[in-house]
Design a binder for this molecule. Structure first.
Ligand code: FES
Length: 105
């Protein structure tokens, strides 16, 4: 189990627990983080789990796949370099303490 922080669209900060291997989207929605609709259930199709990576240890996040990049670019108006789809990131010990800002779709 690791601790992660999500900043909700309202600006509220939530510290949550994530199990190793659980997607960050699953951990955040299970903890009731607001702003992550996860409409496709984690199938990398909707981009409603879009977050910005504000802080994470170097090399702790998996590389973005071409599919994740395409879905982000085609479905979100707010894509930037720090954008990720949280359903595509399994929690790992190395990302403990990371901070994400919820964008949603
Ligand atoms: S939950 Fe749909 S793309 Fe992540």
């Amino acid at each position: 189990m690791i601790k992660l922080t999500f900043i909700e669209p309202s600006g509220s900060t939530r510290e949550i627990d994530a199990s190793i291997g659980q997607s960050l989207m699953q951990a955040a929605t299970a903890a009731g983080v607001n702003g992550i609709a996860a409409e496709c259930g984690g199938a990398c199709m909707c981009a409603t789990c879009h977050c910005l990576v504000l802080d994470a240890p170097d090399g702790s996040l998996p590389e973005m796949t071409d599919t994740e990049r395409d879905v982000l670019e085609f479905t979100s108006d707010h894509v930037e370099e720090r954008s990720r789809l949280t359903c595509q990131i399994p929690a790992s010990a190395g990302m403990a303490g990371s901070v994400f800002r919820v964008i949603g779709s």
